[in-house]
Write a protein that binds this ligand. Structure first.
Ligand SMILES: [Zn+2]
Length: 139
């Protein structure tokens, strides 16, 4: 469950193309998570501390080791969306096309010269979510 939130926060903080897989979680208090992750593609290691101060804006501190800046990440090896995220997205997709929604996501997540975030779903993936939602509604 935390994986997607973490990836979003790490993306906001560092804009790395890595697809992080998280192995260890250490939740000390409800307002502070430490975890260690690995990029399956370039083998970079990450330690992330996320804390939620009183003002509720998450603060993310990342420490990356073993990063090879010349490594080219393959964009189609994307992380699977969590079921909660799929539900959230299927609601968003009710009244708009997959491409429109994806452009909205891109505007939220990226600046003009950024790489595409690894946790951003593909158009194909969004179409499938939209399709699943429709068929469920008919049934
Ligand atoms: Zn990587």
């Amino acid at each position: 469950m935390w994986g997607h939130i973490l990836r979003e926060q790490i993306w906001k903080a560092m804009k790395f193309p890595c697809c992080w897989i998280f192995k260890q979680y250490l939740i000390k208090n409800e307002d502070r998570i430490t975890c260690k992750g690995l990029c399956k593609q370039c083998n970079a290691l990450i330690t992330v501390v996320i804390s939620w101060p009183v003002d509720k804006i998450a603060h993310c501190a990342c420490n990356v080791m073993n990063l090879n800046t010349l490594f080219i990440h393959v964009a189609d090896k994307k992380i699977k969306l969590s079921p909660a995220k799929r539900v959230e997205m299927s609601d968003e997709l009710k009244n708009k096309s997959a491409i429109t929604y994806r452009n909205q996501l891109a505007n939220q997540l990226m600046n003009a010269d950024d790489n595409e975030p690894p946790h951003m779903p593909t158009v194909g993936c969004l179409r499938q979510i939209k399709f699943e939602k429709k068929t469920k509604f008919i049934l």
